[in-house]
Design a protein around this ligand. Structure first.
Ligand code: SF4
Length: 222
């Protein structure tokens, strides 16, 4: 089955290569093995000199993954453990989508490929830097087309949405107005800042989250 990322959105990323000449052989993903490409991504050291804690790509994916989660980049806890979404934001995301840790961390069912695979450092005054710009153009075109069983993709936060959705709609409108049956669903980033946003936008908890849980179960089911 062709995933929506293969057919509609992958080229948007694939066109924007930032890899150094001679280092990028993204000729075609056909025939490549997901496990081998994920292993290659985990060994990536392309921008080691830009990363304050050094390279540690954090991702999971398999050929059978049915749900794809694209967030921004690992935080310090995920960098330390090597587990994606290994923090309070991840717990909130799991609550939103109704998955236990066991189901969330099962790459046979769930692929997690952020916009930046490594922790990008923090900005003065709090918060993390944006994902490393070179990362998604280098790795998404190699990994995402191999995820042929993905039925639903969650775009968590603005950095992920910028990669795959056109237009400059504010996040609240984008989350609220995006078609509920779309194969790509935009979500706010589930950091502590979202608590106030959810108070101001009660429709998200009352309407969006029940629909989201149903879509995730549908994607992972049978
Ligand atoms: S951020 Fe991406 S491109 Fe840079 S070292 Fe990590 S995996 Fe490689």
């Amino acid at each position: 089955m062709s995933s929506p990322l293969q057919s509609r959105f992958a080229p948007r990323v694939a066109d924007a290569s930032c890899a150094k000449p001679g280092e990028d052989d993204r000729s075609t993903p056909d025939g490549q093995d997901v496990d081998a490409v994920v292993a290659a991504a985990r060994a990536c050291r392309l921008c080691a000199d830009q990363l304050p804690l050094g390279p540690r790509p954090v991702l999971q994916a398999s050929a059978t993954s049915r749900l794809l989660i694209i967030g921004q980049a690992p935080g310090t806890k995920a960098h330390a453990s090597g587990l994606p979404w290994d923090d309070q934001s991840g717990q909130r995301l799991r609550d939103w989508i109704g998955l236990s840790e066991a189901r969330f961390y099962d790459p046979a069912a769930v692929a997690i490929v952020p916009a930046g695979l490594c922790y990008p450092g923090s900005v003065r005054g709090g918060g993390d830097n944006p994902p490393v710009p070179a990362c998604a153009p280098l790795w998404h075109p190699r990994i995402l087309p191999l995820l042929r069983n993905v039925r639903l993709t969650l775009l968590v936060g603005l950095h992920a949405q910028k990669l795959f959705l056109s237009g400059s709609m504010p996040l609240t409108e984008r989350v609220r107005l995006h078609p509920a049956d779309s194969p790509l669903l935009p979500l706010p980033h589930p950091s502590w800042r979202v608590v106030g946003w959810m108070r101001k936008n009660p429709w998200f908890e009352a309407e969006t989250l029940p629909q989201l849980r149903a879509r995730v179960e549908q994607a992972l089911g049978g």
